[in-house]
Design a protein around this ligand. Structure first.
Ligand code: PLP
Length: 403
């Protein structure tokens, strides 16, 4: 960064905010569709959508209108009363899941959705017997940063500074169906998995592990919770990642793309799990607020009306093919993983940070999800030409890093 104005935001941020984020020195000021504009007026292709959040792109006119209309009508009432957007959103979520008996709890983030799922699972477990409170989750799984969501997250380095975290969660390797089955016993109230582990580096969980999670949960009367905070709502080329696995969970957690950038989360449960939480068991001041629900309703309507889920599947296949084309032709490109519009380019060395910087210099936003992998999660409204442009810029960045 060069201009005085940009230098000053770096200094002001450092003085005013807790230094919890390692930010790249770019200040974005606006965006349209898959494009972002920085304070110097440079345009960037958004290959990341926040972090799998702005699936409809930036400044989507219908989402903006829905937000503005609801903001001028009613912003907040508390959950002591009924509001229509909340009910309509829950009905629509149930329809996208294909669960006639679904019940939803609306909250404000992915971590909060995972916390809600844990509370629900405890309540469901303790109704069977009082020590049915333990949880089995996967190494590399990411479920958020609040204390219980952090405990659920399978990353020892992130745990260490905040221990003790309770010891009621067991983590097993993400690719070992036998270990998962062995860790689940009568004291287990939930098995929690992602179908593609986003933060672990866009790492698909093998189908036999997903199947083992379902079987183990059924064996002991535990709930299968699939965390779809990053993978849900079309990102993988299906409405939900679990729909590509042949396994149906009892509970899903949602957030990131739900309101295209406004804070929204949801816990959706079916069957007995849908009745596990009762009056007074759980609550949130802002969850299910009319503005966020109006935005989320519009997101679901547009995803469906514009066929964006099928589009994510088709464009994801194209993205995968083009990325495979980099392997062998561009420096450091070593492999491709993921599906739909959530993919990672594997690198042959820990140069993902340098590649991410080079991408920014080439006008492309990506993220170094691992030292040797770059994550791509472009908006679902992207077109074929922009997918080609994305991969061309990534290729140029790889060459620049090698130069
Ligand atoms: C991002 C993420 C979360 C946490 O969401 P926040 O809104 O940051 O709390 C939880 N689970 C998964 C799978 C995620 O990708």
């Amino acid at each position: 960064m060069s201009t005085t104005a940009q230098d000053s935001i770096v200094a002001r941020e450092a003085a005013a905010l807790m230094p919890t984020y390692r930010r790249r020195e770019v200040e974005f000021v606006s965006g349209t569709g898959p494009w972002l504009v920085d304070a110097a007026g440079r345009r960037y292709l958004d290959g990341l959508s926040g972090l799998s959040v702005t699936a409809l792109g930036h400044a989507h006119p219908e989402v903006a209108d829905a937000i503005a209309r609801q903001a001028r009508t009613l912003v907040h009432t508390s959950n002591l009363f009924y509001t229509r957007p909340q009910v309509e959103l829950a009905e629509r979520l149930a329809a996208t899941l294909g669960w006639a008996d679904a019940r939803t709890f609306l909250c404000n983030s992915g971590a909060e959705a995972c916390e809600g799922a844990l509370k629900l699972a405890r309540r469901h477990g303790k109704a069977q017997h009082l020590d049915k409170v333990r949880v089995v989750a996967l190494d590399g799984g990411f479920h958020g940063r609040t204390l219980a969501a952090l405990a659920l997250t399978g990353n020892p380095a992130k745990h260490a500074p905040f221990e003790p975290l309770g010891g009621w969660i067991t983590h097993v390797p993400h690719d070992d169906a036998g270990a998962l089955a062995g860790a689940v016993d009568e004291r287990t109230c939930a098995v929690v998995i992602e179908v593609v582990q986003g933060e672990a580096g866009v790492r698909p969980v093998p189908p036999d592990v997903v199947a083992a999670a379902r079987a183990a949960a059924d064996r002991v009367g535990a709930l299968l919770v699939v965390d779809e905070v990053q993978t849900g709502l079309g990102r993988l080329g299906a409405w939900y990642g679990w729909q590509q696995t042949g396994v149906r969970p009892d509970v899903v957690t949602l957030a990131k793309a739900l309101a295209n950038g406004l804070p929204a989360g949801a816990v959706v449960a079916r069957g007995a799990a849908a009745a596990a939480l009762g009056p007074g068991d759980h609550a949130t001041t802002f969850g299910g607020g009319p503005v966020v629900c109006a935005a989320a309703l519009t997101v679901l309507e547009v995803l469906e009306r514009d066929g964006l889920v099928e589009r994510a599947r088709a464009l994801g296949a194209r993205l995968g093919d083009l990325l495979e084309g980099l392997v062998g032709s561009a420096p450091h490109a070593a492999g491709v993983r993921g599906r739909g519009l959530l993919q990672a380019l594997e690198l042959d060395a820990p140069v993902a940070g340098a590649v991410t910087d080079a991408c920014l210099a080439a006008g492309l936003v990506v993220n170094d999800v691992a030292p040797d992998a770059v994550r791509l999660a472009p908006p679902l409204i992207i077109d074929e030409a922009a997918v080609s442009e994305l991969v061309a810029r990534l290729g140029a960045a790889l060459s620049a890093v090698d130069a």
